[in-house]
Design a protein around this ligand. Structure first.
Ligand code: CA
Length: 218
């Protein structure tokens, strides 16, 4: 899943970027409110992490602009502003969650998983179809009662497919979801990852639809 991080503090931003990258997210990081709004016009994201105290345009303005434009992206505010009035303003302004700094990255990750679930309209934390169960908290996949540990890329790709079982994703769409701006993508990268996944979980777990892309069954 690709995440847009809006944070002007270099140390906090780089710590979050690195930790989320290690947890198999593709992260694009911008440092002011204008950049946040222009980036979101051109790129699709699964979650927006939004600081409030930002140069150019305050985080609350970014939030209001997006919601006024009916942009449905899940938004988690990450801020040092801990007053109750600020939290209420953020949530009533259209944010899905509000996390006060300093926080543990593990809590941020759990909150990301929670807003993604809600956004998908599912309550079960395990993503399942008739063949496999994928646990976003542990990155573990279970097929026929056998558990497999996935690499970060394998997890990211399988997660993208499992968010919409029965829906075909093309190579471009998969690349878009699992690689951020600063990452080189080899031309056969997606095939390579799918090959690794099938080797672990079995060939039938991921279907190739010739010329269109890949999918997992419903
Ligand atoms: Ca700030």
């Amino acid at each position: 899943m690709r995440i847009l991080l809006v944070e002007d503090d270099y140390f906090i931003g780089s710590a979050i970027e690195q930790a989320l990258h290690d947890a198999a997210y593709a992260v694009d990081w911008v440092k002011d409110g204008h950049a946040a709004l222009s980036t979101i016009q051109t790129q699709e994201y699964g979650v927006l992490l939004l600081d409030l105290g930002l140069p150019e345009k305050d985080g609350i303005e970014v939030l209001q602009t997006l919601r006024k434009a009916k942009n449905p992206i899940p938004i988690i505010i990450i801020t040092a502003r801990d007053a109750v009035e600020d939290r209420i303003k953020g949530l009533d302004g259209g944010a899905d969650d509000y996390l006060v700094k300093p926080f543990l990255i593990t809590e941020l990750q759990a909150r990301i998983r929670a807003v993604v679930r809600r956004n998908q309209g599912v309550a079960d934390p395990i993503l399942s179809n008739d063949i496999l169960d994928l646990n976003p908290a542990t990155h573990e996949v279970t097929v026929d009662n056998e558990a497999y540990v996935l690499s970060a890329r394998e997890y990211a790709l399988l997660h993208a497919l499992m968010l919409r079982p029965g829906h075909i994703l093309s190579r471009d769409e998969l690349e878009d979801r699992i690689y951020g701006w600063n990452e080189e993508v080899a031309s056969n990268a997606i095939e390579f990852i799918i090959h690794g996944l099938r080797k672990k979980m079995g060939r039938e777990t991921i279907k190739n639809v010739r010329g269109l892309g890949w999918m997992v069954s419903k």
